[in-house]
Design a protein around this ligand. Structure first.
Ligand SMILES: Nc1ncnc2c1ncn2[C@@H]1O[C@H](COP(=O)(O)OP(=O)(O)OP(=O)(O)O)[C@@H](O)[C@H]1O
Ligand SMILES: [Mg+2]
Length: 246
């Protein structure tokens, strides 16, 4: 995935001010940065939930920002998982996985059901196939959301703070699924404040502030020995929030 000179403004508010970023096949990149720095906007521009003001996004050599590209086909290359799981509340877990496959990919009933089963197994929720989202814990709902994205065979997965709406004891199961995906070679871009996950799983960490990439590098370096003062201040704040409040 390649992001080139990406700009996004909402009115006078310049939210992304020229982002250049590459994510290699199989690479896991974690994006960190303060609230309002443009992390969600970046992910939303990458899968064209927002239209960039300028700049280019390419996935697997196809330019998604090309005005002539088949936008629906392009978007299908990318799976997205949000902080709020965004499951369809009125249908079962299985139907959450089969409906998009049937509508968007045109898969038949049986194939969609088989792919749904396989992916629910992957996230450890085969036994919840017939449940409704409201009958699941937040962590289980998020794993269903991940399975739903995987069922679409994405080339890249984007995660926007996938664990920050969860009770602390449920975070681990979701991170375990993401760790498994990373180990399987999925290409991933993850906005997260889970620094231990970033340090352990990310190949690279990108620190954003004010709509720009301030610093990027190997996770151990950016998290363990940041070069820029803004990165250091941010990490101090999130690693020890109590101290920052004083
Ligand atoms: N649809 C929108 N319309 C107008 N302004 C928006 C829109 N989406 C985001 N913004 C603005 O863009 C800026 C960056 O928001 P964004 O959600 O990308 O930040 P973030 O880094 O994800 O923050 P957080 O850590 O709080 O999730 C904010 O000033 C926000 O108000
Ligand atoms: Mg955000």
């Amino acid at each position: 995935m390649e992001i080139r000179e990406l700009h996004k403004s909402f009115g006078d508010n310049q939210v992304l001010r020229g982002i250049d970023l590459e994510v290699a096949r199989g690479e896991v990149v974690c994006v960190i940065g303060p609230s309002g720095s443009g992390k969600s906007t970046l992910l939303r521009c990458v899968n064209l939930l927002e239209v960039p003001t300028s700049g280019r996004v390419l996935v697997g050599g196809t330019e998604l920002t090309d005005p002539d590209v088949d936008i629906d086909a392009a978007r299908r290359r990318i799976g997205m998982v949000f902080q709020q799981f965004n499951l369809f509340p009125h249908v079962t877990v299985t139907e959450n996985l089969t409906l998009p496959q049937r509508r968007v990919l045109g898969r038949g009933k049986e194939e969609a059901a088989r792919v749904a089963r396989e992916n629910l197994e992957r996230v450890g929720l085969a036994d919840k196939a017939g449940a409704y989202p409201a009958q699941l814990s937040g962590g289980q709902q998020q794993r269903v959301a991940i399975a739903r994205a995987l069922a679409m065979d994405p080339q890249v997965m984007l995660f926007d703070e996938p664990t920050s709406a969860l009770d602390p004891e449920l975070v681990g199961d979701v991170l375990a699924v993401m760790r498994m995906l990373a180990a399987e070679g999925m290409t991933m871009m993850v906005v997260t404040h889970e620094m231990s996950f970033a340090r352990e799983v990310a190949d690279r960490v990108v620190f954003m502030d004010g709509g720009r990439v301030v610093e990027e590098g190997p996770a151990a370096q950016v998290v363990g020995d940041p070069r820029h003062e803004r990165t250091r201040n941010f990490l101090n704040r999130i690693l020890d929030p109590a101290a920052a409040d004083l």
